[in-house]
Design a protein around this ligand. Structure first.
Ligand SMILES: [Zn+2]
Length: 303
């Protein structure tokens, strides 16, 4: 999913990375197959109060507001309404506009403290709540509320952020979906060979990456290394699995990426997906007799 950000209030950028992953998983969980866009405005209490007053006649600040564009038939949601989505197709982005979401940053920080969880979790939950509304879910009636909560939990679970007691780690299925979504953001105008990656950290965070090409060709960066560099620069260095997606052939990592992955996680699980198929191998099999920090430590390198 393409998130169009409007930052009226500053927020930790790594929070936005989690929100992007959640948005990608929302489309996956809802089984929406057309590309979609959502406008996300992060603002302060005064701004959200103004919109709440002008658009809903409620003169007070709140945490999140959402304004769906699509008109879904009664009892239906985005996954089964491709036609309703296509009515808001935008040529410029090549995607269907789902609508607008406003989130008050001061509100979300206060709520995170009150509930005793991270601002990233609260921000992600508020976005997921707004996205569910944009996809046709609601919580006015008890039965529709149950359905909406289940969808919210499915998405939050997908990125390892469920607050329920049955919180599960990110599933392989979700990690593969995140890699496929990252592939859509590939910058590959020369090879036309888009690749996406989703790196799962030991602490449950997921970092996505895509291949980024350059007119000089040699400066191209692979999707796997984009994900690793994002993770390390955000303080994560322990990884348990990486999913890699491409269109036509199994995207096993190149030699350079195998070496970079081996630096941090010699026992990493490497999952690949292409053309509706998937496969898995341990990194130790992809890089046998690899050279890494351990070899330097033990001083067993022969000269
Ligand atoms: Zn590579």
């Amino acid at each position: 999913m393409i998130l169009q950000w409007e930052m009226d209030h500053p927020i930790d950028p790594s929070v936005c990375a989690m929100m992007q992953a959640a948005a990608d998983l929302a489309l996956w969980a809802e089984q929406v197959t057309v590309p979609c866009t959502v406008h996300v405005r992060l603002c302060d209490d005064e701004a959200i109060r103004e919109v709440n007053r002008d658009c809903r006649g409620v003169d007070r600040a709140t945490d999140v507001l959402s304004f769906p564009l699509a008109a879904y038939p009664a009892g239906r949601t985005a996954g089964s309404c491709a036609r309703a989505l296509r009515e808001n197709y935008d040529d410029e982005t090549g995607a269907c506009m789902l609508g607008d979401i406003l989130i008050s940053v001061p509100h979300l920080y206060a709520q995170a403290e009150e509930y005793g969880h991270s601002p990233a979790r609260e921000a992600t939950y508020l976005l997921v709540h707004g996205l569910c509304h944009l996809m046709g879910y609601d919580h006015m009636e008890e039965d529709e509320k149950r359905v909406m909560r289940a969808m919210e939990e499915r998405i939050m679970n997908g990125i390892g952020m469920s607050r329920g007691e049955d919180a599960r780690p990110v599933s392989d299925e979700a990690l593969l979906a995140l890699a496929r979504a990252a592939m859509e953001r590939s910058y590959s105008p020369y090879s036309h060979w888009p690749v996406g990656a989703a790196l799962l950290c030991a602490d449950g965070r997921v970092f996505q990456g895509c291949n980024i090409e350059n007119a000089s060709f040699g400066l191209t960066n692979c999707a796997e290394r984009t994900a690793v560099f994002k993770a390390v620069s955000e303080g994560a260095t322990e990884f348990t699995a990486i999913a890699i997606a491409s269109r036509q052939t199994p995207p096993w990592p190149c030699g350079a990426c195998r070496q970079v992955l081996n630096e941090f996680a010699p026992n990493l699980r490497v999952l690949v997906t292409w053309d509706g198929r998937s496969d898995e191998k341990p990194l130790s099999e992809l890089l046998p007799c690899g050279f890494g920090p351990k070899e330097l430590e033990t001083g067993t390198r022969s000269v």
